[in-house]
Design a protein around this ligand. Structure first.
Ligand code: GRF
Length: 204
């Protein structure tokens, strides 16, 4: 399975995906890394592994049409079958979602549908979980559709929230879980064990 990873930041989930591939847990290849941020750690990581690292942001394009066209063209050129968003801070254009319907996954650092949506990224998520005095948090792998953080949920795993957790310690616990379940979900997809019917997605 040919995967495109979209990442804006340090790229630890991208790293976890590459590790899973190297260790034979994920029968796939990352054929391209796309980032809106030329300084992203994920870009550096891709280059160090000889994976094409493409910097593409809307700002480089004269119009939305040009931007979408370039995105679709590069996904085609790299024979992408599945898009894995891994800390990608930009909205995926509607035409890309339509073209890759049920073939775009995202990882979110909380148990959706709670603590998701606009503004819920990075430490804000963990701050909100702590403010709500939630007893558990976790990570969610879900399909991406037109609604932010609302696509069908595929895989989740919980972590306990300790009374002395800070946003930083909770983020670290959740990140460990992310690195576990994202490659698992991708491996299930590669094995044809992922099914989706309407809003219900599951691994068989
Ligand atoms: C992760 O917490 C992920 O859940 C969220 O963005 C963060 C990306 O971290 N979508 P990294 O760049 O993979 O380290």
């Amino acid at each position: 399975m040919n995967i495109a990873v979209f990442a804006s930041g340090r790229g630890s989930n991208f790293h976890a995906i590459l590790n899973a591939i190297a260790e034979g847990r994920l029968p796939a290849r990352v054929t391209v890394l796309v980032s809106n941020n030329s300084n992203a750690g994920a870009m550096e990581l891709a280059r160090s592994r000889n994976i094409p690292a493409i910097h593409l942001s809307q700002k480089q394009c004269a119009s939305e049409t040009e931007y979408v066209g370039r995105l679709l063209e590069l996904l085609e050129r790299h024979d992408v079958e599945l898009v894995a968003l891994a800390g990608y801070m930009k909205k995926v254009p509607t035409q890309v979602i339509e073209r890759f319907r049920n073939r775009i996954l995202n990882i979110h650092p909380a148990l959706l549908p709670a603590f998701g949506g606009p503004g819920m990224y990075g430490l804000h998520v963990h701050e909100a979980v702590l403010a709500a005095r939630a007893k558990v948090s976790g990570a969610t792998v879900h399909f991406v559709d037109e609604e932010y953080d609302r696509g069908p949920i595929l895989l989740q795993k919980t972590v306990e929230v300790a009374t002395n957790d800070t946003p930083e310690t909770l983020a670290a616990k959740v990140l460990t879980i992310e690195h576990e379940i994202y490659p698992q979900a991708l491996a299930a997809f590669a094995a044809g064990r992922v099914h989706i019917e309407g809003r219900r997605a599951w691994i068989q």
